[in-house]
Design a protein around this ligand. Sequence first.
Ligand SMILES: O=P(O)(O)OC[C@H]1O[C@H](O[C@H]2O[C@H](CO)[C@@H](O)[C@H](O)[C@H]2O)[C@H](O)[C@@H](O)[C@@H]1O
Length: 512
Amino acid sequence: MAAADIDPDRHRAVLLALDGVLADTAAVHSAAWKRLFDQYLANREEDQRPFDADDYARYVDDRPRAEGVIDFLRSRGIELPRGTPDDRTGQDTALGLGKLKEHYFRDALAAGGVRVTDGAVELLDALRGRNVRTAVLSASRNCALVLDHANLTDRFDARVDGIVADELGLPGVPDPATRLEAARRLGVAPAEAVAVEGSAAGVEAAERGGFGMVVGVAVGRAPVVVDALRRITVAGAEPGSHPLPEIPDALEHWNEFAARLRAGRPVLLLDFDGTLAPIQDTPDRVRLPWGTRRVLQELSEVCPVAVISGRDLDDVRQRVRVHGLWYGGSHGFEIAGPDDEYFAHPAGEAALPGLDEAQQRLSAELESVPGVLIDRKRFALAVHYRLVHPDSVSHVVSVVHEIGSGLPSLRTAPGRLVAELLPDVDWDKGHALRWLLDHLAVPDPLPLYAGDDFTDEAALRAVRDSGVGVVVRSTEHGDRATWAHYAVEDTHSVSALLGRVASLLRTVGGHP
Ligand SMILES: O=P(O)(O)OC[C@H]1O[C@H](O[C@H]2O[C@H](CO)[C@@H](O)[C@H](O)[C@H]2O)[C@H](O)[C@@H](O)[C@@H]1O
């Protein structure tokens, strides 16, 4: 089965035709034309055969309305004058009947809506998730209305429709003018963009416009042909994640948030830096705010609480200093419980020689770069570049990658102005979270995870279907895709949210 893969590293934008690609508008138009013509023919003496699918394709599809009226009625032996734009709706002229068709189209849309193509929403989400800009194209002046009925209005960065084309005097397809205008509005060169078309004329327009990739959905003569929209994939996109700026605020949606918590027995799993404690220029300056410590203490009395951090286990334990909590260090490679429970992932031990060697080599190679901080945790190693001059950052990051890729026991992971080396196994904060849930064996658990960084996404993904995920907005990577259900502005808001959770749990003894 033919497929098309959009590669966000090469394709900065995607233009998508609305009609026949994103939505089945033809069904709505066809219903409106049929109502108009069948009703009209019933009152005439000439050929009264009802309007059918062949008539739609032959006389009216993708054609100016008045021309469609004239040509179809001529096929039934009726000659109608074109009329003028001032003609009444339903008047016996092509323009008068065209107005009535428009009326019926809106009726049909209001009554039955419009069917959105399978895979359309998922594709648009995937593109957004990878920061690929999108434009919707339609020759129709009803484009905005259709998008509204299809709940697609907010999913595009640009729209070039019949209204825009009329205002700018742009010719329709196969002329490339509307496609080029969309690329201009998205701020990309056509060669950097993909056009997804649903008609031969659209394909020709995109090819003439010099678009980087032209995909035809069930259009045989396109350079890339797919039989259905869902065959178009986006490299590196994870279906189900969403752009962080679009995630609703947890405090503003508190009632809904609380209702989710009521679905089980909450287990709180929290990241440390950037979530519980505000980010500082250097890791040693970080302090847990007094109010947050008090809330954690309160929470630990009503439900299990774990802090899962990229820091060393002892480091995070000392900075939080709340008894009764579980702690995870080195991104969950090491876990300790309140009653001396202890777990270390075997791959952590196995990676120790690699981490030691990486530490030595990184210290030697980066010694001369001002601002670099090498932060060794038991089972991980962070190279901080928050204080490094921007001109030297790519050098620092590439040295970490080079050294990491030369040591088979290690892998690299990005973070907030930090590049980390971790044991190269399938273990992350998501696995640590599941390990904790298994170990805690809370009946009917409802995991609530909060985090701010890339490494938190594994845990946010782990609670996506069975818990609640909260992401803390940040200036670094703040527009990435996230698995979180809700967002909060900063660490103060995390503290406020946890305070509300504590009150909720206190009133019902730990199970809202
Ligand atoms: O999982 P976390 O608890 O969020 O730990 C992730 C890393 O956090 C720390 O680095 C980050 O915070 C620093 C202090 O605010 C900041 O200077 C740095 O730029 C951030 O990346 C910590 O030092 C790392 O070891 C953790 O892996």
